[in-house]
Design a protein. Structure first.
Length: 139
């Protein structure tokens, strides 16, 4: 994913792409204007802890943007199709993965002192939870 992103963002000098442990980020407090989490919260154990860590590294009024797949709002047939594609491509899903919902994501952000700007379900056949939240300098 990083290699693809680097190919698409070569001219953005203000964007840094790195791989890091979402539970123990190697950055100082208040380091980033924006933290973007893609396809993460639904596959890790205790995603609340990853949100807490992201909040720690956000500057005052920084943005946390999260996008994560969900089966919320999907038809039974589309769930079966997605499950088949996932198994064929990636194998067995992570044991610690969980169903992320719009309301669950909203509560996760708000319980970490983030102000939710938007929390919505996006997509047609395959769905994702999309959240933008703003930090307020508290962890």
């Amino acid at each position: 994913m990083l290699a693809v992103a680097r190919k698409k963002l070569p001219s953005f000098s203000n964007v840094r792409l790195e791989k890091a442990d979402c539970f123990n980020l190697p950055y100082e407090n208040n380091s980033f204007d924006t933290v973007f989490m893609a396809n993460l919260l639904h596959i890790i154990p205790e995603p609340e802890n990853a949100v807490t860590e992201a909040t720690r590294v956000l500057k005052d009024n920084g943005r946390l943007i999260a996008l994560s797949f969900t089966t919320e709002g999907m038809t039974f047939l589309n769930k079966l199709k997605m499950g088949y594609r996932y198994l064929r491509t990636y194998g067995k899903p992570p044991a610690d993965g969980q169903q992320l919902t719009v309301e669950g994501a909203r509560m996760m952000m708000e319980s970490r002192s983030l102000t939710v700007i938007t929390a919505e379900l996006i997509g047609h056949n395959v769905k994702a939870v999309f959240v933008i939240a703003r930090g307020n300098g508290e962890v």
